[in-house]
Design a protein around this ligand. Structure first.
Ligand code: FPP
Length: 226
């Protein structure tokens, strides 16, 4: 969800104004994805690297998260959407952790779509945790080196149980991955748009999905030509 800061600048406002309008795009995208039958939507809301932003911006983002969770949990339930979070959640402020845990618990019975927020997340952090975890199990004797395979590694990531993404969308014209789901995107299709995140709307989502539908996914194989 990139481009909130630039969007705010074009409106002559500060960066936090951009994040607030970014929440509108989060709400709309969640709703339209659920309507289209998307089962898993994962949003990169705050990266490990984002902690290095000015503290006023970090605080504002955390407050926005708490405020949004409080306001939207009812709406998530109404739409049968389950909330989930990945990342180093222990670094989030205590009130944020509490609100997040409550929203996750209160929506845990929903099964139309899983909305995962990546918060204080980076793929290298996640993979480091997985390696440590696997090493500990080997050290304690509950796992043998021969047991290590791709599915075991996947099951030690914070996305365990969530299928690998079919489509990754990045807004604001940047064409890089920025430490996001590096293991999981091995065969993901990418869609880059110039639109800044607060301007990402229903139409943009449909364009991204339409483009995805035109792609031929071969997963490294050759498709039989008749
Ligand atoms: C990137 O734009 C955006 C972020 C770091 C924050 C994303 C957060 C939201 C959309 C709102 C909070 C989300 C939830 C789920 C309540 P940027 O600030 O890097 O923009 P720039 O590249 O134009 O400076």
């Amino acid at each position: 969800m990139d481009g909130n800061g630039r969007w705010a600048k074009t409106h002559g406002k500060n960066r936090v104004f951009g994040h607030r309008n970014g929440v509108r795009a989060v709400r709309q995208t969640t709703e339209y994805c659920a309507r289209l039958g998307v089962k898993y939507l994962t949003l990169y809301a705050f990266s490990t690297e984002n902690w290095a932003r000015p503290s006023a911006e970090v605080t504002a983002l955390m407050e926005l998260l708490v405020y949004t969770l409080r306001r939207e949990t009812k709406e998530l339930n109404k739409n049968n959407i389950r909330l989930n979070a990945i990342g180093d959640l222990s670094r989030l402020p205590k009130n944020c952790q509490k609100e997040l845990a409550a929203a996750i618990e209160n929506t845990s019975h929903n099964n139309r779509m899983t909305l995962t927020l990546a918060l204080s997340y980076s793929a290298r952090w996640e993979m480091t945790q997985a390696v440590k975890n696997i090493a500990q199990q080997i050290q304690s004797g509950s796992l043998a080196i021969e047991d290590i395979n791709e599915s075991l590694i996947s099951s030690h990531l914070s996305t365990a149980g969530i299928p690998d993404p079919e489509l990754m969308i990045r807004t604001s014209g940047e064409q890089r991955i920025s430490n996001y789901l590096l293991w999981q995107i091995a065969y993901t299709e990418f869609y880059f748009t110039e639109k800044l995140w607060p301007d990402f709307d229903e139409n943009e989502l449909y364009k991204a999905i339409y483009t995805y539908q035109q792609r031929e996914r071969r997963f490294g194989k050759v498709l039989e030509k008749r």
